[in-house]
Design a binder for this molecule. Structure first.
Ligand code: NIG
Ligand code: FE
Length: 417
């Protein structure tokens, strides 16, 4: 097994001998980090780390990183990177005054993406999504969840999930697949909602489970989309096939879905722009991760997630991009961290923990990813020279990820370019 030794690391961020599954509440203010450190990789795994004073003498390859920092890869637990086309017309419509919900009511939004996806072949979709995966990999993402939900027919949902399956096979990072048949109600079911729910439960789910195409089930619980009762039905149906829930909820309204997700032991509830105290308390008693996606309200000009309130109440939170063509055409985790700090009141330390270990937990990958811990997979990045850790969310707009390592191998090096 070949070994790689990184030396002269200014800060080795999230270095933990034994990592907990999550970090919650005000504990998120304490960022584990070692100054003037080394990191030893053996094969695909992290083998050891420590202070430069105890640095091992040799390795197959020694890389002196000359005072740069090392972070564990971002764990982006919420994306929709399989899509056929961009939607900048809606972006312009919103500038002119239409709301995201109004555009959806007029048949734009998710239904627009579904129409485009139906006319795009599986191979083309794969090519587009693979490019996006490469793109986010270069931004430092080293574990990702990808949703279906622009299919909305049996064939198209299967097509999307097969694309995600192919991404899993070729990716250098772990990919989790989420079935989001209940993303929007197709127009032809407007008069008979229950028929679409039946289509999901009786036709889509068994085939998806049969082909092993999904790890999780999702639904968009929101006015104009799916109700709490429908979301419960879908979570229960998913559970019968062994699919735990990750649910879009509380983006625009609080409808009581969070309590229902907690009762179903959902892995995560995602968005949470609108959340009340009762809902925060119910999450506190649960294993369900609160996943915040601040680049969605940034892009559709909505109120941001009250992260400060949630963390001060003792919750763990995760951060993810929500990369999709409608509400967030961006997969930049570094920008998500900036927004989390500036708009949601999170400290840089909290944002880093939320985007790494807690993000891994929101994909049930925390045993292997999310921190620099011996035995975990060697997915990490080396930053450009930075004066301090807080510089990373501070210097927004610049890509500070200089070199990316996945499974112990360098897959990006932007020096000299
Ligand atoms: O998480 N809110 C629901 N779904 C996506 C947006 C999907 C779209 O607009 O295409 C989201 O923001
Ligand atoms: Fe989303």
């Amino acid at each position: 097994m070949s070994s790689v030794l990184l030396t002269n690391i200014k800060e080795l961020v999230m270095a933990m001998d034994a990592a907990p599954a999550i970090i919650r509440g005000t504990d998120m203010q304490v960022l584990p980090s070692i100054s003037n450190a080394y990191l030893l990789i053996e094969g695909e795994y992290i083998a050891a780390f420590g202070s430069m004073e105890e640095c091992p003498e040799r390795a197959d390859q020694v890389i002196d990183i000359q005072g740069r920092m090392v972070f564990p890869s971002w764990c982006d637990s919420h994306t929709h990177i399989v899509f056929a086309a961009s939607r900048e017309r809606e972006f312009v419509d919103r500038i002119k005054g239409l709301s995201y919900e109004e555009i959806a009511r007029r048949g734009g939004g998710i239904l627009n993406s579904a129409a485009r996806l139906r006319d795009t072949s599986e191979d083309e979709l794969f090519e587009f999504a693979f490019q996006r995966l490469q793109e986010v990999q270069s931004f430092g993402t080293g574990a990702i969840e990808i949703k279906s939900g622009y299919g909305l027919t049996v064939e198209s949902e299967l097509k999307m999930l097969r694309v995600i399956q192919r991404l899993k096979e070729v990716a250098d990072m772990p990919v989790k697949a989420t079935f989001l048949g209940a993303h929007a109600l197709p127009t032809e079911y407007k008069q008979d909602r229950s028929a679409y729910i039946r289509l999901i439960i009786e036709d889509m789910l068994p085939r998806i489970a049969d082909e092993g195409l999904a790890d999780y089930i999702d639904a968009f619980c929101e006015k104009g989309f799916f109700t709490v009762e429908e979301t419960i039905q879908l979570m229960e149906a998913g559970a019968k096939f062994g699919l735990k829930a990750k649910i879009h909820t509380n983006q625009f309204n609080s409808l009581g879905c969070i309590e229902a997700c907690v009762a179903q032991d959902a892995v995560s509830v995602d968005h949470l722009e609108v959340i009340n105290e009762k809902e925060i308390n119910s999450l506190k008693e649960s294993n369900t991760m609160a996943t915040l996606l601040p680049s969605a309200p940034f892009f559709i000009n909505d109120p941001y997630q009250p992260a400060r309130k949630m963390i001060d109440a003792g919750l763990p939170v995760a951060l993810a991009t929500d990369y999709n063509p409608g509400s967030t055409p961006s997969g930049r985790m570094q920008f998500v961290l900036t927004l989390a700090c500036v708009k949601c009141g999170m400290l840089p330390e909290e944002a880093i923990i939320a985007a790494t270990l807690n993000g891994a937990k929101a994909m049930e990958l925390e045993k292997e990813y999310g921190s620099i811990t011996p035995g975990k997979v060697a997915n990490f990045f080396i930053t450009c020279p930075m004066p301090s850790i807080a510089y990373l969310p501070y210097d927004f707009g610049n890509d500070l990820v200089e070199r990316v390592f996945l499974k112990g191998k360098m897959v990006k090096d932007k020096r000299g370019r």
